[in-house]
Design a protein around this ligand. Structure first.
Ligand SMILES: Nc1ncnc2c1ncn2[C@@H]1O[C@H](COP(=O)(O)OP(=O)(O)O)[C@@H](O)[C@H]1O
Ligand SMILES: [Mg+2]
Length: 307
């Protein structure tokens, strides 16, 4: 049965077995580190940032692979699981450093007057965890920093310059050393006098769709890289890496890639993951043909500026 016959809209109730998902839609989500194909010039920029201990600022259109760069670097250089901070207009620097559940603590104090421990109510955020002293630098993604409140980049710069910060609630706490939970792993790490100071500057990638300009002092302290527009060579490598087949060896796939490239060259705003979706559904044996094929191609490769 072709995949396009799953739902027919005829109201006839039936139990269907879905075909296997595309490799990039299996869960838990596999790391894309090994699949990522670096565009020209990226590795120089990454190495410069690593050697200079500076954060990277990667700009480029949606779907150009900005958020995936760090997975590739962290996998290859064994920097451990990537810490992720997804920035929105409501994000604050403090949230990224640590979180303190003051209400939870007051509630616990009311219930149980004898033991008063602050540790269960504190957790490091992604940036706070990245700044914990560790043998190897951690990898931190600060995703879509252009969506932040206007002041955030400058506030962030201050912390990144110093490589340290303080948790005021701990600085004035009775015990000198408190173990607090890291972001994601939940592992407990000792913090003395509320001061966290990195031993190795983390490898940081900040991404931006270019929706706004950043202050010069901020730009000056980053290694900047702009994702180049996709070319035929890179696209073919990306398709091969994800789908395991090269456009040169598959006429249907080649036609789709050419169609994608022609439209991208005309200035249409299309993302690589749209091409991957289209390649997955519209090539191979179960692929629809004729008018249905044309209709679906249009649907899956719809410009990003249209809803
Ligand atoms: N150079 C590349 N190599 C492999 N896959 C890529 C590449 N560029 C984009 N992709 C694929 O496109 C998808 C979108 O990439 P993503 O990093 O989320 O883009 P962005 O952050 O720029 O919007 C990812 O799932 C990734 O698999
Ligand atoms: Mg992204």
């Amino acid at each position: 049965m072709a995949w396009s016959q799953l739902y027919r809209g005829d109201g006839a109730v039936r139990e269907v077995v879905l075909p296997d998902p595309p490799p990039w839609r299996t869960f838990p989500r596999p790391s894309l580190g090994k699949i990522f194909q670096p565009p020209e010039g990226l590795s120089d920029a990454v190495n410069a940032a690593l050697c200079l201990r500076r954060p990277m600022l990667i700009t480029g259109p949606a779907g150009s692979g900005k958020s995936t760069v760090i997975e590739s670097v962290a996998d290859e250089l064994m920097l451990g699981p990537v810490l992720r901070w997804h920035v929105t207009s409501r994000s604050t620097l403090t949230d990224a450093l640590y979180r303190y559940d003051v209400l939870g603590r007051i509630h616990a104090q009311q219930l149980q007057q004898s033991v008063d421990d602050i540790a269960p109510f504190l957790q490091l955020g992604p940036l706070g965890t990245a700044l914990m002293p560790a043998k190897r630098p951690r990898a931190l993604l600060i995703d879509e920093i252009d969506k932040s409140d206007l002041d955030l980049p400058s506030d962030l710069l201050e912390v990144l310059e110093r490589g340290e910060f303080e948790i005021p609630e701990l600085a004035r706490y009775e015990k000198e050393t408190v173990s607090i939970r890291e972001w994601e792993s939940g592992q407990q790490q000792p913090v003395a006098r509320g001061r966290i100071r990195c031993a190795e500057f983390p490898f940081i990638v900040m991404t931006s769709n270019g929706e706004r300009d950043f202050p010069a002092p901020f730009l000056r302290r980053c290694v900047r890289f702009t994702m180049p527009p996709p070319n035929s060579l890179v696209i073919s490598q990306v398709v091969q890496a994800h789908l395991g087949k090269h456009p040169d060896s598959d006429a249907q796939l080649n036609e789709l890639v050419q169609h994608f490239l022609e439209r991208a060259e005309r200035g249409e705003h299309l993302a690589i993951d749209q091409l991957l979706n289209a390649a997955y559904l519209l090539t191979g044996q179960a692929a629809p043909t004729g008018e249905q094929h044309a209709r679906l191609t249009e649907q899956l490769l719809r410009e990003l500026t249209r809803a």
